[in-house]
Design a protein around this ligand. Structure first.
Ligand code: NAD
Length: 336
């Protein structure tokens, strides 16, 4: 806003969502971030026989352009469309950015991980086109289009340039998926010509998995970009390298609106107990601040988080500590 204040849509989400959202709200208010939260409910409603997100929630994101979102539980089976998928489609959030950076104070096999993975977020294996051919034979269609591939690939090159990574690498299986991944790869080659200062290459998915877990260092200067399902799996693998789902943020980027969220789900097993680690949502909120060009606030809060983790006195259970969610948040606030 022109008065230096921004309104951001907040979707607190299910399960641990409200608890970790509270930590973000408390820390942002202590750091005097010039943001006003607009909380919206995204409980699906029935409209003309279809399950939809309430208009109020959609209007809020459309007006504010930026949202922070907690996890949403998706009931398994019974033909439910995932609300997360619905949000991505509604706002055309075509790129999913997933950074994984080693956390000082939490020991993992490697202490120098700094990967960024960009996942195509709208099609591929997630197109939802599946059918029974005959009894006992089903077909699932992986859809790759020039339009969606161009969009996410161009974004990946631009992102590399913006954050100072030297290379863009496409991860693919064009040896087997000759047409679909082949198209994705060819478009990447075309777009790389528009970014002569960024190096471009490609790697097979299986090889990338083997190499990253063997030594993640060579991946630190690269932005990895890939079709939907590969990104889903490979990003969880990278999350494992830095200490798990409690630590990994993401941004869903669209032409107009962007929604930032933790990679993890609603963690029903620990919900309501004050045990959740809010770091992943906090780091997502920092990606959001960077996206909004609020770099000073982003840096200040990020440093307080990393210092608190490095000190190791107030860690949540998933990181081997005993702190409650709010105790960890209070420790961060003391370091602001
Ligand atoms: P999950 O990520 O919710 O939980 C997996 C494990 O990680 C659990 O043991 C959980 O306790 C732990 N965990 C996750 N986040 C944590 C945190 N912040 N702090 C400490 N521990 C944490 O995955 P799930 O159990 O497979 O899914 C639960 C629900 O979440 C499902 O309904 C699923 O559809 C949904 N989901 C939503 C999103 C999203 O909204 N983006 C993403 C994934 C799953």
């Amino acid at each position: 806003g022109s008065d230096g204040n921004y309104t951001v849509t907040l979707i607190e989400g299910d399960g641990i969502g409200p608890e970790i959202s509270q930590s973000v709200k408390d820390i942002f208010s202590a750091a005097k971030v010039p943001i006003k939260w607009e909380s919206v409910d995204v409980t699906p409603q029935l409209k003309d026989g279809r399950t939809v997100i309430p208009d109020k929630a959609i209007d809020s994101v459309k007006t504010n352009f930026v949202a922070l979102k907690g996890p949403l539980a998706t009931p398994i089976g019974k033909g439910h469309v995932s609300l997360n998928l619905t949000l991505r489609r509604t706002f055309n959030l075509f790129a999913n950015v997933r950074p994984c950076v080693s956390i000082a104070g939490y020991k993992t096999p490697y202490d120098n991980v700094d990967t960024v993975l960009i996942r195509e977020n709208t099609e591929g294996e997630y197109s939802g086109i599946e059918h029974v051919v005959i009894d006992g034979v089903v077909q699932s269609i992986k859809l790759i289009t020039r339009a969606a591939s161009e969009r996410v690939l161009r974004f990946a090159f631009q992102y590399a340039e913006d954050v100072g990574k030297r290379k863009v690498r496409v991860v693919h299986k064009a040896t087997i998926m000759k047409m679909s991944d082949g198209l994705f790869l060819n478009i990447a080659r075309e777009i790389s010509k528009d970014f002569p200062q960024i190096e471009f290459d490609a790697e097979l998915l299986d090889n990338a998995c083997l190499k990253i877990v063997t030594d993640p260092t060579p991946y630190n200067d690269k932005v990895l970009v890939m079709p939907n399902l590969y990104g889903d799996i490979l990003s969880d693998m990278c999350a494992g390298l830095i200490g798990g789902l409690g630590l990994t943020p993401s941004g869903n980027i669209g032409d107009e609106c962007s929604i930032f969220e933790a990679v993890h789900g609603s963690a029903p097993d620990i919900a309501g107990k004050g045990l959740a680690n809010p770091t992943a949502l906090l780091l997502s909120s920092i990606m959001m601040l960077q996206h909004m060009n609020l770099h000073e606030h982003a840096d200040q809060i990020q440093k307080a988080i990393f210092d608190t983790l490095a000190e190791g006195k107030y860690l949540t259970g998933d990181l081997g500590g005993k702190a409650k969610t709010h105790e960890y948040a209070e420790a961060i606030i003391k370091k602001l």
